[in-house]
Structures are given as C-alpha cells and as structure tokens.
Design a protein around this ligand. Structure first.
Ligand SMILES: Nc1nc(=O)c2c([nH]1)NC[C@@H]1CN(c3ccc(C(=O)N[C@@H](CCC(=O)O)C(=O)O)cc3)C=[N+]21
Length: 283
C-alpha cells in the first residue's frame, strides 16, 4: 500500500481563496492588510524566500513592503526601523527574515516587534500565549502542519505523536500544538538515545531536523502519518526533506512531499496571521 499524499500546494490554494475573500471584506471597509518584511544582508536563499512571501501577499491582496538593508546595518538602526513599523497604521504584520547576520541579536530584534504585529509568532509573548493556551500568533510552520493534519480529518486525541527537533520556531511549538489537540507527545532531538525506538511507536511523526532523508522506512510504523518539515539540498543539489520520501511512502498511511508540502503552508499561515492581525487591529 502506498501512502496518500497531503498536498500542501492544493491546501494552500484553498486557504488563499478564503483569505482573498477576507481581505476583500476588510478593503470594503477601508482597511488593507499590510505586511512589512525586513531582510538584512544578501543571502541568496533568504532573498528567494522573501520574494515568495511578497508574491503570496500580492496574490491575496495584502499590501506588502519589502525593506532590504545592507549586511552591516547596525542593531540600533534595525531596532529603530522595527519601532517605526510598530507604530505605522498601514502595517499590521512585521517579519524580520532569519537568520540575521551574526552581529545582530535576533532575540533583541524579535522582542522589539509589537506582539500584536508579530505574525511569525516568535515573540516571547506569543510563545507564552501558545504555552498557556491563550490567543496569540502561532508560528507559521507548525501551524501549517496542524492545518494539514486537520485537513485529512485525523482525530489526534490519544494518538502518539513524535516530533523530531526542538527548535523554538518548529519543534517546541509543534509539540505544544499537538498536545493541545490531545495527542500524547514525545520530543526527540540530537541527544535522544535510539530515535527509531520512538518513531516506530508513532501514529504521527513530524520531522524537523534539517538532515536530508534522515527518517528512513524502517523507522516508521505501517500506516503512520509523516509530516516532513525539512528543506534541504542533497549531495546532488536536489531539494529534499528530512524524510526518505520514496521508501517511507511505501510504509506510511499519509505523507507530505518536499517541495509542495509544509513550505507552501508556512507561507499561507503567514498570510492568515497577517489578515488576523488586520482584523484584530480594526475590529
Ligand atoms: N522570520 C522568518 N520567518 C520564516 O517563516 C522563515 C524565516 N524567517 N527564515 C527562513 C525560513 C524558511 N521558510 C520557508 C518558507 C516556505 C518555503 C517554501 O515554500 N518552500 C517550497 C520550495 C521552495 C524552494 O524551491 O526552495 C516548498 O517547500 O514547496 C520554504 C522555506 C520560512 N522561514
């Protein structure tokens, strides 16, 4: 039996159609949602990502402002830009593209963003809100993964979910979201002894490691749901996830592809957070 595909592009199209309608409703009462994207430096991968985000905004009618700064921008200058956007009424969401050049303290920059404009959901106030189940912005990548799980109609209550990776932007918030959906959650990471022992018990596996094709077929229980957060280049320069897709799809029940899986859903959740922010700011 071959796994069914969870198509992040198709689900994104569905979501973006609905978001376009919400943007139209906002515009009908004189509000255009606005997203500011700040890019520091000239990392080519970041430039591609940022351009894709701006393009996606345009697609649903969100006004976007792309600010690019030289790699040697001072932290004070960057913080001043963030503070100016915090009080700019045309801007409802602020995203500072990561990673930042080494001389800039990403924590300090993120904590300077007004939490109600932090559409990445990285500010401690939003991380704390997720932790205690209060309303706030959820980080886009794990949020997109949850929407994919919802879409296939799986009831997570009592299911065993294994998250591989413990980053603040994916692994940790992913585990909290799965917990909130009543799954039993295990977080595995680089110091986990016998990773396969854990993954083989899992009804749901979320791989967010950043190592090409590290989740192999022997690590997956037949019928499991496999969500691949990885965006890697393999030795041949080919885009691939953290999951050995060709082999795992023969074992899993459901699987997300790379590309066309979690990536597009991440951008879609960014659009959703920006529309939410505009609705909340003007309610
Ligand atoms: N402040 C901040 N917020 C972010 O959300 C953020 C960030 N910084 N820094 C970088 C990562 C990476 N990220 C991706 C989003 C979409 C795709 C995506 O759509 N990927 C396509 C393929 C794109 C390709 O061809 O490379 C896909 O999976 O189908 C990938 C990566 C957001 N990030």
């Amino acid at each position: 039996m071959t796994a069914q595909l969870i198509d992040g592009l198709a689900l994104s199209r569905l979501w973006r159609t609905r978001l376009t309608e919400r943007v139209a409703a906002l515009r009908a009462r004189g509000v255009q949602p606005g997203l500011a994207v700040i890019l520091v430096g000239d990392d080519p991968a970041s430039q591609v990502y940022v351009r894709n985000k701006v393009k996606a905004c345009h697609e649903v009618g969100i006004h976007s402002v792309l600010e690019t700064h030289p790699a040697d921008l001072s932290e004070d200058a960057l913080l001043a830009r963030v503070r100016a956007l915090n009080t700019d009424p045309a801007i409802h969401g602020i995203l500072v593209q990561l990673p930042l050049p080494r001389h800039l303290d990403a924590h300090r920059v993120i904590e300077t963003i007004a939490p109600e404009k932090d559409v990445d959901g990285f500010h401690v106030a939003n991380a704390g809100a997720l932790m205690v189940g209060q309303p706030g912005f959820w980080p886009c990548t794990p949020h997109g993964c949850m929407k994919m799980l919802e879409h296939i109609g799986v009831d997570l209550r009592g299911k065993h979910a294994v998250v591989i990776g413990r980053s603040n932007i994916v692994g940790k918030p992913m585990a909290l979201m799965l917990l909130q959906a009543n799954a039993t959650v295990t977080i595995c990471h680089s110091a986990t002894a016998d990773l396969a022992h854990h993954t083989r018990q899992a009804d749901v596996i979320v791989a967010a490691v950043g190592r090409p094709r590290m989740l192999t077929a022997d690590m997956v229980k037949p019928g499991a749901i496999v969500i691949d957060v990885g965006i890697n280049r393999d030795a041949n320069g080919k885009l691939c996830g953290d999951v050995d897709f060709d082999a795992v799809r023969e074992v899993a029940g459901w699987i997300t592809p790379v590309p066309g899986g979690v990536g597009p859903m991440t951008i879609t959740m960014l659009l959703a957070n920006t529309v939410d922010a505009a609705e909340r700011a003007t309610a």
